[in-house]
Design a protein around this ligand. Structure first.
Ligand code: CA
Ligand code: CA
Ligand code: CA
Length: 313
């Protein structure tokens, strides 16, 4: 007994010197669909993303503050039943995720409206990257632009007629790994957009050629650059975050941002998306201004965005 008592302080010290490393970081979660302002015409799929640095135990969601279904494994998709929801008024959806140590993270709230009539107008969709006829290599960012008068629920991507993936996250993008394809072969790409009323539409089909990796060593493929923000035709004010998707078969080595044809900002080895805080105050005269971005690769090939027009207030 005496010997045990003598040991007690050591056991106590041991306990103090080896504290349990506890996880205090809550998961991060976001509702991907519906998105803010979506107009829902029928029961749709809710898409939630959640992650945690040590692992999730469950994910659930609320509609108008009422807890709904929960799931303990990905994919975190649920059916949004609109039958009990008042039409033409604002509703709120929010997701929550719990990690294995009980920390809970909540998503930003997303507002949506339930329509009082069926959606009979299909969405529209086009592939904005790559361009038809382009030669591609490595990982290709296939980007689609889809619109609907109510809301786009998701966009699915097809290579050679086979569905390869779908997303509800804007910008609608699929990273296509061309490694498994033979050199100098042609492949078709199209996207299919679904609205929240059960309508769908298919983009025009584009054809690209996978780069002949056994062919010439020189890089002749220009980078591509695509504005994610701002949106052409809109009015902006103050300092805005210009966001540009950049991609290249070998990597974009430099990006340049032009306002009314004048170089305004540049970056070496920019990230994609390239985000630049543009202070519009010197252009704040309620008139339209043109923006474009040039992207260069190491071989000197250059790609540009189209001209984007914004009104600065
Ligand atoms: Ca955690
Ligand atoms: Ca529609
Ligand atoms: Ca290139």
């Amino acid at each position: 007994m005496k010997r045990f008592l003598l040991l007690l302080p050591f056991i106590f010290l041991l306990g103090c010197s080896l504290p349990e490393i506890s996880d205090v970081i809550p998961p991060v979660t976001v509702v991907m669909y519906p998105y803010e302002g979506a107009v829902i015409s029928q029961n749709v799929q809710i898409t939630v993303q959640a992650s945690d640095e040590t692992g999730l135990s469950k994910v659930w969601y609320y509609v108008d503050g009422v807890k709904k279904e929960e799931k303990t494994a990905a994919p975190y998709t649920f059916t949004l039943d609109i039958s009990g929801l008042t039409k033409k008024v604002n509703h709120v959806i929010q997701s929550a995720a719990q990690d294995k140590d009980g920390n809970i993270g909540y998503s930003p709230v997303v507002n949506f409206i339930v329509a009082d009539s069926p959606d009979i107008t299909p969405p529209s969709v086009v592939i904005t990257n790559p361009q038809g006829g382009q030669v591609v290599e490595g990982i290709v960012n296939i980007i689609a632009h889809a619109e609907d008068e109510r809301s786009v629920q998701k966009v699915a991507f097809f290579i050679d007629g086979d569905s390869v993936g779908a997303t509800s996250a804007y910008p609608y993008m699929y990273n296509w790994n061309t490694e498994g394809y033979s050199d100098s072969t042609s492949h078709t790409i199209y996207a299919k957009a679904f609205d929240s009323g059960g309508n769908s539409a298919i983009s025009p089909v584009i054809t690209v050629t996978v780069y002949p990796r056994t062919g010439p060593a020189g890089d002749t493929t220009p980078p591509s650059a695509l504005f994610l923000y701002p949106i052409t035709g809109t009015t902006v004010q103050g300092t805005i975050q210009v966001s540009v998707d950049l991609s290249d078969n070998r990597g974009v080595s430099q990006a340049e941002f032009y306002v009314d044809g004048q170089l305004t900002e540049s970056a070496d080895n920019p990230d994609s998306p390239w985000i630049y805080n543009w202070d519009t105050s010197s252009k704040a005269d309620s008139s339209a201004h043109s923006l474009y971005v040039k992207a260069y690769d190491e071989a000197g090939n250059v790609g540009t965005t189209g001209l984007l027009i914004v009104t600065v207030q």
